[in-house]
Design a protein around this ligand. Structure first.
Ligand code: C2E
Ligand code: CA
Ligand code: CA
Length: 937
């Protein structure tokens, strides 16, 4: 860094046009010069005055002297003329003449002297004066010459002077007098002229002084005044500026110290005192290095400082110092020399910035970056080099210093297939900063393998033209994520539970098969849609864990049996794939079969294989499957339709008795469409009054006494005739109509019951049982509806029995809670279809029921199957132990009735006693005596 020069003042002066340092010298010189000139002029004027005074004095004396000469000459003239008129000259007269003559001579000598002085003093005597002087001197000498002899003559001759002599003297006198007059004239004129000259000179000098004054005013005073004003303004500005600078320095949050050339502190600001606890008073005069070192937590670093200061070089370093709060802080110390105009060092400025917080933030950031395992990179686009942290290098397997940091070398590490992607992303970002540069690329690890890395970066700096100068960002190893993505991709195509391919894969494969079938005559395929016949029951009664286990076993069996070369499925010369597409639905795709027969063979074998009992968590489960088959013969051109048709065929298989397969034929589609229309019809059935309720008696097995009736719903369809609840109850459940149907049956059963009481009196059935569907049990209003029905028809709650299926009762807490609430009303609860739901007898006590209805299948098989007899026996014992009533359903023969009675069952219901009848028929039936009593044996 170039040391700053303290030439601020100089700059200001230069700006103002005044050489600050020499102005006063110039002003001073000019003033003294002018003063000197004035003194000289004054002196000269005084001297001139004196000089002229002297000359004037002489002039006066000369004029007096000349005047005297004239007077003496005139006197001589008078005396001479007297002498002429009085020839008898008296001695006195001649004496007087001699005296006057002497005086004239003396006076003339004095005048000569004066004239001599005058000429010396004033060399410029007019020539006329000199000529007049000479003329006068000549005439004077002539006069004296003519007068000289007169007194001697007079004395000698005793008074008789010759007239010629006198005349001669007279003439000489007249001549002298006139030349004296001329001299007076000339001298007067000359003096006058000289006076004028003096006056003129005085005026000239005065003018000179005035001119000089003007010159002084314009050349010196004015510029000086202007310079002074400018200087004043400059100083004022400068003072303002300095004040501001001082304020900045004073109030700066950076610690500032100024030292002299010997590093001794001259001034420190408040922040310096705050940072170091050295006040201005304490710091002043002390060496700055010593001050800092005393506070430093790392005195060793000061060697650098001293070295730099010794060499008069600026230095900028971060050092740790103990701050006033006695904490260790990081301070960035920037100490720079100050030089004057001539480059001589005359001080230092120290600016210390407290970096403690910044450092702490950096530390946090670094920890965060390290913790996040982030690589950091920085691309100097001017130098075209990359800087990065060790973490990023380590990700690529390098140690610091091992990798060439030129940008080109770095970019060369990117996988060739990702290069274009990288460049494009970069281009987009550089053009539009809002488009992030963020992409995953493979980078070459030092070991040669490829590492997936996610790079994100932003332009950090641009020049004035907007060109990017620097980019910075982070990079992270995303190998794990990439692997995960791969797994997810697989998972998206795999069924989690069974690890079989899922629906998406099946659809894709079907699509391919369709395409191939269309393109390649002779190529055939088949789709086998499988549904486990009793899976729902397993799930409902044994729980989902068992259900899941069962599904896994089914999947395993499917896969095993489809494996090429497997002994179970021998037609393995074509590709086969099993998939699970939801719930208990599996699909097998047979690829490249010879014809429909192949599909039927596989289906037949799968039926056998899958029907074998399963062992899941200690439960032995046996169930059949139903299979629907679509072959390329009837395949629609899209995969979804093919799958749907296979599903339809599967339902057909179920309808025709389960445990079988059905080949799809387009007529089946119509039947399904019919079921759709059945649903539409069902929606209107209640409103149109097509529903009604029939009642089947329940009797005491021993006495055949009527114990109650079970209400069973019927639907009289205008076209289809009587539709069984077995067909429409599940439909009503599926399309949300079950509540309405259930409510209808409940209301109708109760009102019929009330009516029967009125019609039959004591012969009337003592109770009525109404079936509750699973969906109804989830209905929040159920309990209230039941109570209302009972009250509305003047029934006691005990006269109403609600039948729920075994699987339903065991379901969840909410259902159990509803059941308990129903029990609490006093309404009876009967467990319907007991034995079909696989629930163990041991669960019976947990259910809030008071009657168990043994399923028809038990009753029908009890005659032949020992197994069923054992089960019935166990059930009856358990029910008795728990104080529950028992009903045997579906008694069709007197043997069955007898058997049930023999086994200890209390009540019975079935065609043997009575088929379900409408209310009217029931009344007739009761009135006719009901079931005839058993003939006593
Ligand atoms: P479920 O509750 O077991 O009703 C007894 C079924 O067995 C009735 O069939 C009845 O007609 C039939 N049945 C009675 N005695 C014999 C017999 O000796 N031999 C044979 N083979 N069958 C006999 P339905 O009326 O067709 O009812 C079938 C099922 O529909 C019922 O089985 C019940 O689960 C359900 N259901 C009937 N009505 C309603 C109802 O109103 N609401 C609800 N939610 N379900 C109902
Ligand atoms: Ca029932
Ligand atoms: Ca039943």
């Amino acid at each position: 860094m170039k040391p700053p020069k303290a030439k601020f003042l100089g700059d200001l002066f230069a700006a103002s046009g005044v050489d600050g340092r020499n102005a006063h010298v110039r002003v001073r010189l000019a003033m003294y010069g002018v003063l000197l000139l004035l003194v000289a002029l004054g002196g000269m004027r005084a001297w001139l005055s004196q000089h002229w005074q002297d000359i004037r004095q002489l002039d006066i004396e000369i004029l007096q002297s000349i005047g005297e000469q004239r007077v003496l000459t005139q006197r001589l003239g008078v005396l001479t003329s007297q002498l002429q008129q009085q020839p008898g000259t008296s001695r006195t007269m001649t004496d007087e003449l001699a005296t006057v003559l002497l005086r004239s001579r003396n006076e003339a000598a004095r005048l000569d002297g004066l004239m001599q002085q005058q000429v010396e003093r004033e060399p410029f005597v007019a020539p006329e004066v000199l000529a007049a002087l000479q003329a006068w001197q000549g005439d004077r000498d002539g006069m004296w010459g003519s007068l000289e002899p007169l007194p001697q003559v007079g004395q000698v001759a005793n008074g008789a002077l010759s007239a010629s002599r006198l005349q001669h003297a007279q003439d000489a006198i007249a001549l002298a007098e006139s030349s004296a007059h001329a001299l007076v004239q000339e001298s007067g004129a000359d003096i006058l002229k000289r006076s004028r000259r003096v006056l003129f000179t005085i005026w000239v000098v005065l003018g000179g002084i005035l001119v000089l004054g003007g010159v002084l005013a314009f050349a010196v005073v004015e510029p000086t005044a202007r310079a002074v004003r400018r200087q004043y303004e400059t100083f004022a500005r400068q003072a303002d500026h300095l004040k501001r600078l001082a304020l900045v320095a004073e109030l700066s949050s950076n610690a500032i110290a100024i030292t002299d050339g010997a590093h001794r502190v001259v001034w420190v600001n408040e922040a310096f005192s705050r940072l170091t606890s050295y006040t201005q008073a304490k710091a002043q005069g002390r060496r700055i290095g010593t001050l800092l070192k005393a506070r430093s937590a790392d005195p060793a670093r000061f060697a650098e400082f001293y070295a730099a200061l010794r060499q008069n070089q600026g230095i900028k370093r971060e050092i740790r110092i103990a701050t006033r709060t006695a904490e260790l802080g990081w301070v960035l110390v920037d100490m720079q020399p100050i030089s004057d105009e001539d480059g001589a060092l005359n001080g230092w400025v120290l600016v210390a910035t407290d970096m403690t917080e910044v450092r702490a933030q950096q530390q946090v950031l670094r920890l965060a970056v390290d913790g996040a395992g982030l690589g950091i990179w920085h691309w100097d686009m001017v130098a075209d080099t990359i800087h990065c942290n060790d973490r990023l290098l380590a990700t690529l397997g390098y140690m610091p210093g091992e990798l060439d940091m030129a940008a080109a070398s770095w970019f060369a590490l990117i996988h060739p297939d990702d290069q274009a992607h990288w460049q494009e992303s970069l281009r987009h970002h550089l053009r539009d900063p809002d488009t992030p540069h963020r992409l995953s690329v493979r980078a070459r690890h030092r070991a040669g393998r490829w590492v997936w890395m996610l790079f994100t970066g932003n332009v950090a700096d641009r020049d004035v033209q907007g060109r990017a100068l620097r980019m910075a960002g982070v990079a992270m190893d995303v190998n794990a994520q990439k692997a995960m993505e791969q797994q997810l991709r697989v998972a998206a195509r795999t069924d989690d539970l069974t690890q079989l391919p899922n629906r998406a894969v099946v659809l894709e494969k079907i699509r391919q098969a369709i395409d191939r079938h269309q393109a390649q005559p002779g190529y055939n395929f088949a789709v086998l849609f499988m549904d486990f016949d009793r899976f729902k029951q397993v799930n409902d009664t044994l729980g989902h864990t068992v259900g899941d286990g069962l599904l896994r076993l089914i999947a395993r069996r499917l896969q095993d049996s489809l494996r090429p070369g497997d002994s179970l499925v021998h037609t393995s010369d074509f590709a086969q794939m099993a998939a699970r597409i939801g719930g208990d639905e599996f699909v097998v795709l047979l690829d490249d079969i010879r014809g429909d027969l192949d599909a039927e063979i596989v289906a037949g074998r799968l039926l056998d294989v899958l029907a074998a009992p399963y062992q899941v968590e200690g439960h032995r489960i046996s169930s059949t499957v139903s299979i629907g088959i679509v072959t390329s013969t009837h395949a629609e051109p899209d995969a979804d339709s093919v799958l749907r048709d296979a599903d339809i065929a599967m339902y057909e298989a179920k309808r025709s008795g389960r445990a079988r397969y059905a080949m799809f034929d387009p007529a089946m589609r119509q039947r399904v469409n019919a079921s759709v229309s059945l649903e539409n019809d069902l929606r209107q059935a209640l409103a149109l009054g097509q529903m009604f309720v029939v009642y089947q008696p329940v009797v005491q097995l021993g006495s055949h006494a009527l114990l109650g009736v079970e209400a069973l719903v019927r639907w009289q369809h205008p076209q289809r005739g009587l539709v069984s609840p077995v067909d429409f109850i599940p439909l009503a459940e599926a399309c949300g109509l079950i509540d309405a149907v259930g409510q209808f049956v409940l209301q109708r059963a109760c009102s019929t019951f009330e009516q029967l009481q009125q019609q039959l009196g004591p012969q009337a059935p003592p109770s009525v049982a109404v079936n509750l569907s699973r969906a109804q049990l989830r209905q929040p209003r159920l309990v209230a509806d039941i109570l209302e029905a009972v009250r509305a028809h003047n029934m006691s709650p005990q006269q109403l029995v609600l039948e729920v299926t075994e699987s339903l009762a065991a379901q969840d807490q909410a259902v159990q809670q509803t059941l308990r609430e129903i029990r609490a009303l006093g309404v009876g609860l009967s467990l319907d279809d007991f034995g079909t739901g696989y629930s163990s007898l041991s669960c019976l006590h947990e259910l809030p029921v008071d009657t168990v209805k043994m399923d028809r299948s038990f009753v029908s098989q009890a005659g032949q199957s020992e197994y069923h007899r054992v089960l019935i026996d166990a059930t009856l014992r358990m029910a008795r132990a728990l104080g529950l009533g028992t009903v045997a359903e579906g008694i069709e023969t007197p043997e069955q009735a007898a058997l049930m009675l023999a086994m200890g069952c209390e009540r019975g219901q079935g065609y043997w006693f009575s088929r379900p009848m409408d209310a009217q028929a029931l009344v007739a039936w009761v009135q006719a005596g009901g079931v005839p009593a058993l003939a006593p044996t």
